[in-house]
Design a protein around this ligand. Structure first.
Ligand SMILES: Nc1nc2c(c(=O)[nH]1)N[C@H]1C(S)=C(S)[C@@H](COP(=O)(O)O)O[C@H]1N2
Ligand SMILES: [Mo]
Length: 262
């Protein structure tokens, strides 16, 4: 008699096989940026596994590759919303974003509001990185701004702080319950990563409207859709199941994976 193998054990073995086989033949994760690569879909469908594998192999603080000014070949292609028509945004834009105020609230001991000069007053950092869009294009650009961790240090996240939610000005579609706005979430590992920043400048110029003026997120180890443009408010939250479609982002609510590691 053969020993009985439980269905659960077979399933577990299968899942690990799917996750490790493609990685075994691949020294880098570059293929993950190619949306036509079947391996990527397998990995993305085992999204939690991808997260665990990448974080254990690459480390929580592993840095995204940085480039030099010589690598800036073409401009950052504007994608998604490129010219928000929401009245609150148009009013700010009309006055050159002088009246912009960024509230940072939620699971924090000291909620605070930052003007653009407050954000410029924080230590500034720059990085030249490659942006990979899930649609299959990439672009290298220089981003400058304030580290998200410096902002979080000011507001003092509580023990309930598990995710950082970015609410955006732009409307993606109209639904029966009103306009559907772009939003995104990242977890605390990504939020305090040294390259995660609120970008105020692109290629040494104030952020253009098409690329997210006046403030956009850079999360350099993730795909482009995580990098919220036109940030209206930041909320630190214990979870995101009660926000919009409950999957942690506009594109996630439409089927994309929450963990978009590259
Ligand atoms: N608010 C907002 N943020 C957004 C989007 C958007 O439509 N609205 N598109 C996302 C996608 S899919 C990409 S690839 C990048 C594009 O950034 P870029 O316009 O600077 O290239 O922004 C991301 N952030
Ligand atoms: Mo994208």
């Amino acid at each position: 008699m053969t020993s009985p193998i439980s269905r659960r054990r077979v399933l577990q073995a299968g899942l690990v096989g799917l996750g490790t086989l493609p990685l075994a033949g691949c020294k880098t994760f570059d293929f993950l940026a190619n949306p036509n690569d079947p391996t990527r879909n397998v990995l993305l469908s085992a999204n939690k596994l991808t997260e665990a594998v990448q974080r254990s192999l690459q480390g929580r603080n592993a840095l995204a590759t940085e480039y030099t000014m010589a690598d800036l070949r073409q401009g950052q292609k504007p994608n998604g919303t490129t010219n928000p028509q929401d009245p609150a945004y148009l009013a700010l834009k009309a006055r050159g974003f002088k009246d912009y105020r960024l509230p940072v609230t939620g699971a924090v001991a000291k909620p605070a509001t930052f003007s653009l000069s407050d954000l410029y007053g924080l230590p500034q950092q720059s990085q030249i990185t490659r942006h990979d869009c899930v649609e299959g294009w990439s672009a290298i650009a220089k981003w400058s701004g304030a580290r998200l961790s410096h902002i979080l240090e000011r507001v003092k996240p509580t023990k309930a702080a598990h995710f950082v939610l970015f609410e955006c000005f732009d409307t993606m579609e109209q639904s029966l319950s009103g306009p559907v706005k772009y939003y995104e979430t990242i977890d605390m590992v990504e939020a305090i990563h040294p390259q995660t920043m609120l970008a105020l400048k692109m290629n040494d110029q104030p952020l253009p409207v098409s690329n997210g003026a006046p403030v956009r997120l850079r999360v350099e180890r993730q795909l482009g859709y995580k990098m919220a443009k036109y940030i209206k408010a930041i909320r630190v939250v214990p979870n995101f199941s009660d926000v919009a479609g409950g999957r942690g982002g506009y594109w996630e609510d439409n089927g994309y994976e929450w963990y978009a590691g590259i």
